[in-house]
Design a binder for this molecule. Structure first.
Ligand SMILES: [Zn+2]
Length: 594
């Protein structure tokens, strides 16, 4: 290993004497260099490149070093654009749940729900069955009818009554977020979830896990054990088991107010780590076109040692998830493209910005941060090329290319170079997809998502370097290089066009739609940011604009994406609702027909 590295160094030094820089031959994309980059990034030493770990930082430093070697200008903070990510949530140690008969123990008798508001509540207790308030064609059910929950703790059963329906009408409303929102709408001051036997016979406490948003529910929310609920309801002579029987046997709601007073608190602590995107630039040479930018990106983070909530498909295996294909291959690719494109003899007209994204596996966090905190003018971005998993080209030479419909010229251009390199493209027109290009498409930017596709080792500890097809990857990159140079040097910039939804399709889950792209990065409790408005959709017709913040729908508060989704489920197609938005600091009320 040492020998070969020394040999390469020697060659570079010797040729440096003659050229004072990269010669054409050295700047070529080679399978040896790809092997070297992937060999380091996917090594066990880097322990799966998890954001916020030493391995993650070493990977970022390696990339910045390669940018420097290629002679690129490093942007942001010496190449690093820093941002924080939440890695986990935990309960504050001082929280309590007690009255004169009870002093519950954290983690044994109760636990806060990860989206609980932090705070304290001393109040009466009411039992609100399964916590439903539903009125639609197939079902009328109101656990809050004639029940005073104002400012109180409300005990709610998890899950749904086990009714024999072909498709259970409760299922889509049984989520705990939705139940908390209903309780809050009815004035509840806090929520205590309890598992009935039909839901969880063993009555295990929920695990706290970070559900990708820091927005809290607005009230304290705890999960309590069945015997704690039974002791709170003791004076009423009901138990959770008997209440479950009453509701399920009669298939009707059953609620009551208890005499008990309960003093409880909740605290949820978000554990954060710092990570970074790695950003460098090659300045274009044309006096006018150099202001236009092509972004070449690929994420460098991966799943670390795996485990539950990591994204690993083998969550019970604690092992290095090397991520050789996902996405050391893509990063090696952008390093090699950077080297070749900056070799000086390309006469690039437009500028090229390279971004190795952090925290992609945690929900495209690096690319979202990049577009929301731009260090370049996004209006000047002509196209974004995203390389994610390009190391497993098959023997049919077929590449999966996404976003082909996001420019008028895209498919013709791709076909031209695919033919030249003897490759087959499997096109998908949509600009949205499961990787960082989606963040750019959401900003109305033309995208090309280049990948050799998923495989059985995807997101497992077996995504290893021995399965990388280096020659194949070199071919993918040579093809991509031609494509990028074409886009960088053509007289007219590519013509952007919309191709499909800008977020995960929601049509299956909702009867009605507003026609907006929620801004998933808005994590404060002050409404839902509108990341985009679909042309001709209900919100567009009503005059909603990108950048508006939705704070209420039909007079009901919307504090987060979860509130928004829960509200949307209750409306009917064709219904006209008011939507309150904050625009430039002022409240604007829009009338939207769904
Ligand atoms: Zn991945």
């Amino acid at each position: 290993m040492n020998v070969s590295i020394r040999l390469i160094t020697t060659i570079i030094i010797i040729s440096g004497f003659f050229n004072l820089g990269f010669s054409q031959a050295e700047s070529e994309i080679t399978s040896d260099e790809l092997k070297q980059h992937i060999g380091y990034l996917a090594s066990d030493d880097l322990r799966g490149r998890l954001p916020g770990t030493k391995g993650g930082l070493l990977a970022a430093e390696y990339i910045a070093g390669e940018y420097r070697k290629a002679g690129m200008e490093l942007l942001a903070d010496d190449g690093f654009q820093y941002f924080d990510v939440v890695t986990s949530v935990e309960a504050g140690e001082g929280i309590f749940l007690r009255n004169h008969d009870l002093d519950a123990e954290l983690y044994v008798d109760f636990i806060p729900i990860s989206f609980s508001k932090s705070g304290q509540l001393s109040a009466g207790v009411a039992f609100a069955g399964y916590g439903f308030q539903l009125e639609n064609d197939s079902l009328r059910w109101d656990d809050y009818a004639d029940l005073d929950v104002d400012g109180k703790w409300v005990i709610i059963l998890r899950g749904e009554p086990d009714v024999e329906h072909s498709s259970n009408p409760f299922s889509s409303h049984a989520g705990i977020r939705a139940k908390v929102l209903t309780a809050k709408d009815n004035g509840a001051g806090g929520v205590l979830f309890v598992s009935a036997t039909g839901f969880d016979e063993e009555d295990q406490l929920m695990r706290m896990f970070y559900d990708k948003t820091t927005a809290d529910a607005g009230v304290p929310v705890l999960h309590i054990k069945r015997y704690i609920a039974d002791s709170l309801l003791a004076a009423s002579s009901y138990t959770i088991a008997s209440l479950e029987d009453i509701i399920v046997d009669n298939t009707s709601s059953f609620s009551f107010e208890s005499e008990v007073v309960l003093d409880g608190s909740s605290e949820v602590i978000h554990q954060k780590v710092q990570t970074q995107n790695v950003v460098g630039m090659i300045k274009g040479s044309d006096a006018v076109l150099k202001d236009e930018i092509i972004v070449i990106g690929g994420h460098y983070d991966h799943l670390g040692m795996g485990g539950r909530g990591s994204g690993s498909r083998e969550p019970d295996t604690y092992a290095v998830h090397n991520g050789a294909d996902d996405n050391a291959s893509g990063v090696a690719g952008i390093i090699e493209l950077a080297e070749k494109l900056s070799a000086g003899n390309n006469e690039l007209k437009r500028s090229i910005v390279f971004v190795a994204f952090g925290a992609e596996e945690m929900g495209l966090l690096g690319s979202k941060y990049f577009v929301n905190n731009p260090i370049i003018d996004l209006d000047k971005v002509v196209a974004m090329f995203n390389f994610d998993m390009i190391g497993r080209l098959n023997d049919k030479n077929s590449i999966a290319i996404g976003g082909t419909g996001t420019s008028v010229e895209g498919e013709d251009l791709l076909n031209k170079y695919l033919d030249e390199y003897g490759m087959k493209g499997s096109f998908s027109r949509e600009g949205f997809g499961p990787s960082d290009h989606a963040s750019f498409y959401a900003e109305d930017i033309t995208v090309f998502f280049i990948s050799t596709g998923a495989h059985q080792d995807y997101h497992t500890p077996q995504d290893d370097i021995e399965f990388i097809n280096f020659e194949g990857e070199k071919n993918v990159l040579d093809f991509s290089y031609e494509l990028i140079v074409d886009v960088a040097n053509r007289a007219e910039r590519l013509t952007y066009q919309e191709a499909g939804s800008k977020s995960r399709k929601q049509g299956f889950r909702f009867k009605v739609t507003l026609g907006i792209v929620p801004d998933f990065t808005s994590s404060e409790n002050d409404g839902l940011g509108v990341g985009g408005v679909s042309n001709g959709g209900p919100a567009d017709k009503a005059g909603m604009l990108k950048g508006d913040v939705i704070v209420a729908m039909d007079g009901m508060e919307v504090a987060s994406i979860y509130d928004y989704m829960a509200r949307l489920k209750k409306f009917k197609a064709g219904q006209i609702i008011t939507v309150d938005v904050i625009r430039d600091g002022k409240k604007v009320v829009l009338l939207v027909q769904l």
